[in-house]
Design a protein around this ligand. Structure first.
Ligand code: NAD
Length: 387
């Protein structure tokens, strides 16, 4: 039997009201000087005030909001410079994946030599030596799973890159669906498809294990059964709860089994055309699934039986059927299903291919090897859409 190694954050609180644990965790650490990394929208809509006010009196809280969606290297460098100038005892990340990824870097990089670029996966040359200060990660979207991974994603010219290290793992993750009630429709849809993609790619990954399969399949069930409702009625507490747990489980699954082709091809769309991360996954998911399906039919059928709830003939499906299932799942939550809809012109597909091929770490987990030709074909399908 293959040995699988599984990693999780040290502690998670998951469920409605779990934000109430924040105070006790901070008190237990005995650190008074707390840096909160969030984004300007969350301050503007009152979410930061609403959920941090119970801890405001007992701790010295500094709220840092210079976090852009899909943060750039420069955005991260500004945060690290700010953090180095202070003396924070711990970091709280409160927000979507963008704020959580920045919080991880704020907790770890300032204690180490060099700068962010020195630790990038594709081009960095240095290894993190110090663990940094403790961190609590609190997602306000149900999507990235960043609260349970050791990854921080940065937008660079042309593509995205990551910093990964055990030190970036949360000491505590607090996953409270209450914090997602205010997420707008389109962000709910995009982040929800991101979470679904994590679960699906982890399940189909060449590194999948029985444990990650269990996490991934439950995530597919929860997300498949609730995303449309969460998009249509953001205040539906049951749908938000299911999405929140689904996203958390999908995060655990993909952190341990990896994501693959969809993410590898999505990164250049995020960097070159500024598509939000979830949308760049959504617009590729149907076409990647069609392309890889011949190499993972049994597992693909398992996923499709869950997503195509009630459709009996899944065992006879072919690549075109898988394509349609994912295509309509994405379309039904109101997201674009072609690159054309984003104004991307056909002549750009070669540039996209050239950048996607560099994501060897991700492509290595695909059940079907994806070389230059396959990648270009997938972008071509995503450009044209369903014929
Ligand atoms: P995001 O964090 O960029 O947020 C998107 C928008 O939603 C922002 O404008 C934000 O203000 C708003 N928002 C967030 N929560 C809200 C709430 N409760 N109410 C109202 N508005 C809210 O989006 P995201 O998809 O969560 O994160 C994307 C980033 O995460 C990308 O940089 C991506 O590459 C990265 N990512 C990281 C990992 C990881 O494991 N570290 C995994 C996947 C993606």
């Amino acid at each position: 039997m293959m040995v699988s190694m599984l990693r999780f954050p040290k502690r998670s609180y998951v469920g409605w009201g779990s934000i109430g644990e924040l105070f006790q965790v901070l008190r237990g650490w005995g650190q008074r000087n707390v840096l909160v990394v969030t984004d300007p929208t969350l301050v503007k809509i009152g979410l930061v005030e609403e959920f941090l006010s119970p801890v405001n009196h007992d701790f010295q809280i500094t709220v840092y909001t210079d976090v852009e969606p899909e943060p750039s290297l420069e955005c991260a460098e500004r945060l690290v410079a700010f953090t180095r100038a202070g003396s924070f005892g711990c970091v709280v990340g409160l927000g979507g994946g963008s704020a959580l990824d920045m919080a991880k870097l704020a907790a770890v990089i300032p204690q180490n030599k060099g700068n962010i670029a020195d630790y990038l996966n594709l081009t960095g040359t240095m290894k993190l030596e110090k663990e940094g200060v403790p961190k609590i990660l609190i997602p306000t979207t149900s999507g990235t799973g960043s609260e349970v991974t050791d990854i921080a994603v940065l937008s660079l010219k042309g593509t995205k890159d990551v910093i990964t290290h055990d030190y970036l793992l949360a000491d505590v993750a607090i996953v409270d669906p209450q914090l997602t009630l205010s997420v707008p429709k389109r962000v709910t849809a995009a982040t929800g498809i991101d979470a679904l993609t994590h679960a699906v790619e982890a399940f189909l990954s060449v590194n999948a294990s029985e444990a990650t399969d269990a996490l991934a399949l439950r995530a597919v069930e929860l997300i498949g059964g609730s995303l449309k409702t969460a998009v249509e009625n953001g205040k539906d507490a049951e749908a938000r709860k299911a999405m929140s747990t689904g996203s958390y489980l999908a995060g655990l699954a993909f952190f341990n089994a990896g994501v693959a082709g969809v993410h590898a091809l999505a990164y250049p769309l995020g960097s070159q055309f500024k598509l939000p991360h979830g949308e760049s996954n959504a617009v590729l998911l149907p076409y990647v699934m069609k392309t890889i399906s011949a190499n993972c039919r049994e597992k693909m059928n398992t996923i499709c039986r869950i997503l195509a709830d009630g459709v009996k003939q899944v065992d006879d499906w072919n690549a075109e059927d898988y394509l349609r299932l994912f295509y309509y799942f994405v379309k039904d939550v109101g997201l674009p299903t072609t690159l054309k809809e984003y104004g991307i012109i056909e002549s750009k597909l070669t540039d996209l291919t050239n950048d996607a091929i560099k994501q060897k770490r991700l492509l290595a987990r695909s059940p079907k090897p994806l070389g230059e030709n396959e990648i270009h074909q997938i972008y071509q399908m995503a450009y044209s859409g369903l014929q």
